[in-house]
Design a protein around this ligand. Structure first.
Ligand SMILES: NC(=O)C1=CN([C@@H]2O[C@H](COP(=O)(O)OP(=O)(O)OC[C@H]3O[C@@H](n4cnc5c(N)ncnc54)[C@H](O)[C@@H]3O)[C@@H](O)[C@H]2O)[C@@H](O)CC1
Ligand SMILES: [K+]
Length: 482
């Protein structure tokens, strides 16, 4: 699991580390890392390093200092480096002197358009950890002149470091090189950051527990349930799916199918689409109603059940069953409209809610807003549930305050029925006994990986995502099992 820390925590950790290191040493480490990435990008984009042209956008703080020192290192490779000083009086003095000694040029704003237009690579050192709000006018006016790839120092300037939000002009980077620890922006706004490269500057021991975490393939592979020699179909956990209607059986087929493909435990289906489900998934034990479904170790409830009286009866039944429940789609709306339905919940049994932004607003009375992390944490506490807030970056909060971020590799999951596939995955992992927070996180990971594997650059349907689940599980298992 990889950690992510808020800027406030990182700044405090940096202060402790700065007190233990010789002056300027951290900036040198950071800047050297920037220069290495710049060389690498120049090689990839222009096929050469010597005699290529790099423009530095230099703001008033240490972020600009990093860029200036990186420019100095690039001079050693014969790169023509020109620094655009956005605030000449406040530019980092030592960095500026270093760059000039090494033969780098500096220009002021009026010369900047021509410098940017001629550049093979632009290094964004406008603003870093202290960034607040969009780019100011002097820097904003330069954006139109950038056509070369941008390497952002620490974070793309103009994007909020803690929330990843953009409310005005901002840099879009092809790559972001960050120092010591990843910040929320790197997972909350991956489109603006591009590829994120972390440089170790020795901050690790100063950091403490992370504010956000991210699963990688190895974590997901290690967590994925695998049957042992003494397991049978019951011992691995039976997933119950209460979804779909006679008129709209698709949600039932998708949610049931993803539970079937996720683990080798048994799957039961209960609802009016039993015949359709049985014909598509003959291995599923299907009945017409949750009342005669038999024992399960977790329920998925909601997709396509409707928000009327019958839907409410189904939801109450599964909430009272004393097993973990993943409540999705219509179940979320029912909880939002009739919160007392949660009185049926057996206290202490895990609940996973999987709202998108609109459902989140219905559930909590407010949209997730700028600070999605805080919003999802508060909802998890309020409902005493794991809340999985869908989005390009999906956030998964546990009632105890832990938050996972899952960054989608593309946006192909924005397709009808893809949520049904996700809820089936969550249900199957809950039935296997996984911690509900990890179950939701691992499900989100495999869901987005399956979409990526299925899409390969073209649109994909929810059925396509479903069909790619085995490949996605195989991928994480091949990395996660040693
Ligand atoms: N503190 C440390 O130990 C290290 C810091 N490093 C670098 O230092 C950076 C932080 O430096 P600073 O604390 O000087 O802060 P910044 O460089 O982020 O900010 C400097 C100035 O920019 C202004 N500013 C804020 N929002 C702005 C906006 N939207 N447009 C234009 N200007 C804006 C601020 O008021 C401040 O005066 C990090 O991001 C990183 O790049 C690295 O050198 C590694 C070590
Ligand atoms: K920056």
């Amino acid at each position: 699991m990889q950690g992510i820390w808020t800027t406030d925590r990182i700044r405090k950790a940096e202060e402790r580390l700065l007190a233990k290191t010789p002056e300027g040493a951290l900036m040198q480490r950071a800047a050297f890392g920037v220069a290495v990435q710049a060389v690498n990008m120049l090689e990839a984009h222009t096929g050469r390093v010597a005699a290529s042209r790099v423009a530095l956008l230099v703001g008033a703080g240490n972020n600009g200092g990093d860029a200036l020192w990186a420019g100095k290192f690039l001079r050693r490779h014969g790169v023509a480096v020109t620094a655009v000083l956005l605030n000449p009086e406040k530019a980092h003095a030592a960095g500026l002197a270093g760059l000039r000694r090494a033969g780098g040029r500096t220009v002021s704003l009026d010369a900047a358009p021509a410098v940017l237009e001629a550049a093979d690579l632009v290094i964004d050192g406008i603003v870093g950890l202290q960034a607040r709000g969009p780019l100011r006018e002097n820097a904003a006016g330069l954006l139109d002149h950038i056509s070369a790839p941008v390497l952002a120092v620490d974070l793309p300037s103009g994007v909020d470091p803690d929330h990843g939000t953009v409310d005005g002009p901002a840099i879009t980077a092809a790559r972001t090189v960050t120092f010591g620890a990843r910040k929320p922006v790197h997972v909350l706004n991956p489109e603006r950051c591009g590829e994120v490269v972390l440089i170790d500057i020795g901050l690790g021991p100063e950091l403490g527990a992370p504010d956000l975490q991210q699963l990688d393939a190895v974590d997901v592979g290690a967590a994925w349930p695998v049957p042992g020699p003494r397991d049978d179909k019951y011992s691995q956990g039976v997933t119950g799916v209460a979804a779909g209607s006679a008129t709209y059986p698709g949600a039932a087929v998708l949610a049931t199918g993803s539970a079937v493909l996720a683990t080798s435990g048994m799957v039961r289906y209960a609802g009016p689409a039993a015949d359709v489900v049985r014909s598509r998934w003959p291995e599923v034990v299907a009945t017409g109603s949750v009342t005669d479904a038999g024992r399960v170790q977790a329920w998925v409830v909601g997709p396509g059940i409707g928000t009327g009286n019958e839907g409410r009866r189904v939801l109450e039944h599964v909430l009272a069953a004393g097993v973990p429940v993943c409540a999705d789609a219509d179940a979320t709306t029912l909880i939002a409209q009739q919160p007392n339905v949660l009185d049926a919940r057996d206290p202490g049994t895990p609940l996973v809610l999987t709202p998108h932004a609109g459902e989140f607003e219905r559930l909590t009375g407010a949209p997730p807003g700028e600070d999605r992390v805080a919003a999802v944490k508060a909802a998890a506490r309020r409902f005493d549930a794991v809340v999985l807030l869908k989005g390009n970056t999906t956030l998964i909060a546990a009632p105890d305050g832990r938050v996972l971020a899952n960054v989608a590799r593309g946006s192909w999951l924005a397709t009808a029925g893809s949520g049904d596939v996700l809820s089936g995955l969550v249900g199957a992992l809950l039935a296997s006994g996984l911690d509900p927070w990890l179950a939701a996180g691992a499900a989100a990971y495999v869901h987005s990986l399956a979409a990526d594997l299925a899409a390969r650059g073209v649109p994909v349907s929810a059925s396509g995502v479903l069909a790619a689940i085995p490949d996605a599980v195989r991928h994480v298992r091949s990395l996660g099992v040693v």
